[in-house]
Design a protein around this ligand. Structure first.
Ligand code: SAM
Length: 303
């Protein structure tokens, strides 16, 4: 239906102007696949960031938001901007790779880690953990707190990685806005925390800052799951709420990468919503521990 016809349908109805304005905005922000391909190729060729295997529907939602930020009516207008303006490109890259996270996000799985998985890991002389897609570091420090409380932190090493160097910088600093403090404190309790969340964070310059001791066993590393290699001989690999942004082929590639990084008997934890169909077919050595949790173990036997 063209604008003129719609104009006649809605004319005189309540909210007429709002409806027309939203419609014009939506029409102008319609994104064509060819524009997405060209923009993604520009980011890949110029900066080495390959988002071509990401799931299209959610990618388009994030690109739509970026178009509003940059006040452009067509996605293709962003192509020369990212090609010739490095800081604009960085903004687009950040807009595509969303760092949303929380301390002890989905507390039930953290409670399970504490009660069931960490006691198993305690039998290893050294505990190597790869936490992929760390965003601003909330999950990495949640792991550090839990390892500290179970007496395992000193013989653990947590490698936290992300594609985005700006997120890694924030994660290394270990500072977040104050607004989430109560929510994170509740999550910590629900996850079986044995002390008080405020024991691990201090308020500094109107921000929440993590205690320095929790940084000692943590290393933040730039790593791109699309193109970079495995981490070797990990006892636990945590990659939550990252695969949901990927298309099927890329999900398969990344599951293999994560599984190959695990030592036999090691654990792989994915995000709650990441029920990857055929995961055990992608890597037959992975067995799901509990059908209600996205937690897998790499079998010990030879296959
Ligand atoms: C939604 S956050 C997940 C944060 C945390 N794991 C959690 O579950 O709370 C997704 C993170 O994955 C990162 N990411 C996206 N694509 C990536 C890639 N190809 N390689 C590594 N990290 C990636 C993003 O930069 C972002 O920080």
């Amino acid at each position: 239906m063209g604008y003129q016809k719609i104009f006649h349908v809605f004319r005189g109805q309540p909210g007429f102007f709002e409806k027309m304005t939203n419609l014009i905005k939506w029409k102008n922000h319609h994104i064509e696949d060819v524009e997405v391909n060209l923009l993604l190729n520009a980011l890949k060729e110029r900066y080495g960031y390959d988002f071509t295997g990401y799931a299209r529907a959610s990618l388009k939602r994030r690109l739509s938001a970026l178009m509003l930020d940059f006040s452009v009516e067509r996605l293709s207008q962003l192509i020369p901007i990212v090609l010739y303006d490095v800081s604009a490109a960085q903004k687009v890259i950040c807009g595509i790779s969303v760092p949303t996270s929380d301390f002890f996000r989905d507390p039930k799985i953290w409670a399970y880690l504490r009660s069931t998985i960490l006691p198993q890991l305690a039998s290893f002389p050294r505990i190597n953990i790869w936490q992929a897609g760390c965003g601003h570091g909330e999950e990495a420090y949640s792991l550090a707190i839990m390892l500290h409380e179970t007496g395992l932190l000193k013989r653990s090493r947590i490698f936290s990685s992300d594609i985005n160097p700006l997120f890694l910088e924030q994660a290394r600093a270990g500072r977040w806005p104050l607004r989430n403090q109560n929510y994170w404190s509740d999550n910590y309790k629900l996850a079986g925390g044995s002390a008080d969340f405020s024991d691990y964070v201090v308020v500094k310059n109107n921000e929440l800052a993590i205690a320095d001791e929790l940084k000692l066993q943590l290393e933040f590393i730039q790593h791109n799951l699309v193109v970079d290699d495995v981490f070797k001989e990990m006892q636990l690999v945590v990659c939550r709420n990252v695969l949901i942004y990927f298309g099927n082929t890329l999900q398969e590639h990344v599951v293999l990468l994560l599984a190959r990084s695990l030592e036999r008997g090691g654990y792989l934890l994915l995000g709650n919503g990441e029920n990857i169909v055929q995961l055990s077919q992608i890597h037959p050595q992975l067995e799901q521990l509990d059908s209600s949790l996205q937690l897998y173990r790499k079998r010990i036997g030879v296959y």
